[in-house]
Structures are given as structure tokens and as C-alpha cells.
Design a protein around this ligand. Sequence first.
Ligand SMILES: C=C(O[C@@H]1C=C(C(=O)O)C=C[C@H]1O)C(=O)O
Length: 420
Amino acid sequence: MCKSYYNGSSEKIILEKATQEIEHIQLTAETHLNKFLAFAQQRNAAIAVYRLPNDSKLQILCDLSGGKSIAELNLEDLSSGFLLHPFQTGIDKIVHFDSEIIAKINLNGENNSKDEPDSLEWQKSPKEEIEKKIENSNSQFDFNLLEKGSNNQSTLASDYIDMVEKGIQLIKREKFYKVVPSKIKNIESNNDINLGQAFVNACEKYPNAFVNLTYSAKTGLWFGASPETLIEDKKGEYFKTMALAGTQAKSEKSIAETTWTQKEIEEQAYVSRYIINCFKKIRLREFDEIGPKTIQAGKLLHLKTTFKVHTKTVNFPELGSVMLKLLHPTSAVCGMPKEPALNFLTNEEKHNRDYFSGFLGPVHLDGLSHLFVNLRCCQINNQSVTFYAGAGITEDSKAEKEWEETEMKCEVLSNIIFGI
Ligand SMILES: C=C(O[C@@H]1C=C(C(=O)O)C=C[C@H]1O)C(=O)O
């Protein structure tokens, strides 16, 4: 007869020990992210980490081939993945990361404690061996291997103010009605940024932003927390876009009590009008228009109008792809009319906007393509970080105030990265 040595209390101890061990190997979101980023850099892979607005999951997408450059964008032709598009069209910098590996990290609900483990879920991976390699990796992302920043001269306040004054003069002479000059701010870094921690902090601080961190040898390392959707296209269901413009610092007043000046109301109305003109070009008349409403993006407030089309009702399955071509660059980041405003920016801005005020986001993932305007972003280089920001100018603009606005916009991430 087989004797059983069952002993309730020792079994309990074994179980407790095993549970402790499992908890020990469960990691925080910050540690998971740092492992993924170091792995991607070492393998020459492309990686996109993002958190959609008001979501509790961090999504990680990795392309072991390092991403593909695309000559001409056609959303319909892309496989499921992540897209990065620069501000300027017609330059060789549109890059698509294929969704070869997909993982999700569920943050621990509302009272997410930084020391509590966050569960990692593998949704798609080519080999178990890769999962193990990432999970067991102890190496760190090496900032010394990044390029030195090419946009390395911060824009001087006096140069920015001169550019804005010049823009106002041209508006008065009716060359255009609105233009959005941008600047860069370069801050030296000692190459010891904790990317995982910065990402998780940005998610907590900006719950309704699209928080994103992308890296590939082709595109470099970019970090952003964008408040602005360019297109949201849910196959067979809906298409959405938004007119976001007008900026003020959040005061003691509640959002409901916030008031806007004529200048900001006009500036945002131009963006709405621009979107409606794009709908007109394709003879689309049926859309919902919600707003303008005041929304909060960290310490800043903006005016936002949402446009929604029920794609099934209007029988326009390629609406997302068509609207994307018409919308970019919108008058929220370029100006109106588009051509003269763009010429002004090309002639006057001394830096290259690169991916700033372009667009980025997941494409064809679970039937959703959600592209955001790349705002409140920075490029992390070897020994420096370059922050980008712009401000919408109309006839009633005050140049010094616009400079202050760009400073506040740079602080969105410089605060997270450097505490300034
Ligand atoms: C250009 C930026 O933001 C855009 C310009 C805004 C404005 O001029 O008020 C507001 C929101 C964005 O559409 C930026 O963040 O750099």
C-alpha cells in the first residue's frame, strides 16, 4: 500500500514559498520596459511602446527587422504595426514597424504603486526563446550608441519672437490667416535617463494623452505625450478626427468656468473649418460635430472639437486613408491656407522638425488605426535631449506670450525627464 505523507501545514509552507518566488520574478512596468528597450537596441530591432488615452494597458510592439522605410504612404496597404511619419512629406522618413512581437502590461489599477509588480502578457511572439531572452535580459539601453543630436542649437527667445512678429505682419497683409512657428530646446543629458520610469511617470501624469516611446536605428529615440488625435479609424464602425487649438495654463478655475479670448476662439475655429473643408473635398456631409469644449492636457488647457463619421452609414470604407492624406499637416501645426503657411515655416524655422508635428501610432491593430499628431515630444540623443514646441499665431497674437506658451509645452516632458 502506498503511504501518503500528506501533511497540511508543510504543504502550506511550500505553497507560500512558491508564491513568494513567483511574486519575486514578477516585475514592475518600469523594469519590463527597460528590458524590452535594451533588447531592441542590442538586436537592432524597432520598438514602439505606447499607452492610448485613458487606458490602463501599456502596449509594446517590436519588429525584429528594424522597421521598413516607405516611399509613399497608403494606409490601406500597411500590415498591422506602428507608423511614424515626419512633418515634411516627400522625404524618406516614413517608417513602419511590423507587429512581429506584441506584449501588454496591465498596470495595477487606480492606486498603482511603483513597487508593485505589473503583469506582462505576451500576445504575439515568434519564439519562446525570445520571450525568455527579453525577460531575463539584465543589460541596459546604451545612450552612448545613439547619434549626437543634429538639432543642437536651442532657438533663442529673440529669434522666435522675431519670427512670430514677421508672421503677424504677413497675416495683416493677408498672405495667410494663421501660422504655427515652432522652436527647439536642447538640454544636456548625462546619458542616464531611466526610460521605463519616465514612461510610467508620463502615463500617470497625463492620463488622457497618447504616451509613446519609439526606437529604431532608422528613426532614433523619441518620447512623447500627445493630446491630439489626427485620425482614429475603427474598421467598419467609425472615423474620428479633432480640431485642437488654443492654449492657456490651467488656473484655480474649474474647467467649466474657463473662458477663452477672441484670439483663441478664432485660432481653434480655423482648425475646425480646415477639417470641414477636407470633408467637403470628398463630398462627405454626414458627420457629428461635438464641441468646442475645454480639455485639460497636464497643466495646459485647449479647445477641442471632435468630428465623428459612422463609416458604415456613409458607405466609405477607405475614409481613414483618404482623410489622412487630406488632413496632414493640419492648421493646428502648420497654418491656413496650408501652402503659404508651410512656405513661411520652411523659410523661417532654422531647425528641422523631423518627426515633431508629424504623426504616429498603431495601424490595423484589432481593427483600429489610431494616429496622433506628434506633439509634446522630444528626441533623446547621445548626451542631449531636444524638445520641440509650436504655437498658433493669428493677427491678435502677442509674440512674448507665444514664446511662453512654447516654454510651457516643452515642460510637459522636460519635467518628466529632468524635473525642470
Ligand atoms: C503645436 C503644438 O500644439 C498645437 C498648437 C496649439 C496652439 O497653438 O494653441 C494647441 C494645441 C496643438 O494643436 C505643440 O504642442 O507644439
